[in-house]
Design a protein around this ligand. Structure first.
Ligand code: ADP
Length: 258
């Protein structure tokens, strides 16, 4: 049985192909057309693995561009897919924090990766990956460089929670001679505090699973760990959690149908 999960996110589109027990992944920038990004990601993943379209038994689409995918057999919400994907990546996951490009969510899951409860912020850019991208641009660095810059630095206190005001504040701090590393550490602290207060609404267990592209930042993981007072685990394939969950749910749907 071969299934595919496509997670069409605001920043990047991720595809996961599940062939028996083995996963294959591909990521592409979403760009201006979620429909095209999903199609390109799907087609290229199949081509790279040497698969024909007819070999794929079921496709689940998720993410903000999920309804735009004509080849999808079914559409499933991100919360459901992320929960299932996180459970696959860390089998004893009970609380999942997902920080993507334009939203952040905290999901309480059961032992099978089913959603028990969740809290979501999709109204405000602060506490999202986009916020870090905007701040990275103001500092003249890539998001992938932020962690290294902040390593071992004491965070400056940022007063602005709003992404627009925080950008001006960061520019002001640079002009006042503050080092980039301290500012990035301050940004990690400000996002982590925001996420921690969301997580505390669902009660924080000893171990928390961190997914989404922002979980690639080791500095964010460390800061979140400190603010939560819990172990925070970011699996290597953290950015693929939604696509992985979608591919597994596709397999589940198919099994139920047959
Ligand atoms: P979406 O599903 O909304 O497209 P993702 O889960 O793919 O979002 O996460 C995108 C975010 O991940 C970016 O906004 C950026 O902050 C962060 N990110 C992506 N790649 C890296 C990287 N190599 N290192 C650190 N952060 C990254």
């Amino acid at each position: 049985m071969i299934t595919v999960g496509i997670d069409v996110g605001s920043i990047s589109t991720k595809a996961a192909l599940l062939d028996d027990e083995k996963f294959y992944y591909l990521l592409k920038p979403t760009g201006w057309s979620p429909r095209q990004a999903g199609l390109d990601c799907f087609t290229e993943l199949l081509a790279r693995g040497g698969y024909e379209r007819q070999q794929v038994d079921f496709v689940v689409a998720t993410g903000y561009g999920r309804i735009t995918q004509p080849f999808a057999s079914k559409v499933v919400t991100e919360i459901t897919c992320h929960a299932r994907g996180a459970n696959h990546l860390v089998s004893d996951a009970s609380l999942v924090i997902d920080i993507g490009g334009q939203d952040s969510k905290v999901i309480r899951v059961d032992g099978q990766g089913r959603v028990l409860d969740f809290v979501m912020n999709d109204k405000c850019a602060a506490g999202t990956g986009r916020f870090l991208q905007v701040m990275g641009a103001a500092l003249g660095v890539e998001v992938s460089e932020l962690s290294e810059l902040a390593r071992g630095r004491s965070p400056v206190t940022l007063n602005s929670m709003c992404a627009v005001f925080a950008e001006s504040e960061v520019i002001g701090l640079l002009a006042a001679g503050r080092e980039k590393g301290e500012i990035v550490a301050g940004l990690f602290q400000s996002i982590s505090r925001r996420i921690a207060s969301m997580a505390q609404r669902l009660a924080v267990p000893q171990k928390v699973v961190f997914t989404g592209g922002v979980a690639l930042n080791e500095g964010m993981r460390e800061r979140l760990q400190r603010e939560l007072g819990a172990e925070v685990v970011a699996p290597v394939d953290c950015q693929y959690a939604g696509a992985i969950g979608a591919a597994i749910l596709a397999r589940d749907f198919l099994s139920r149908k047959n």
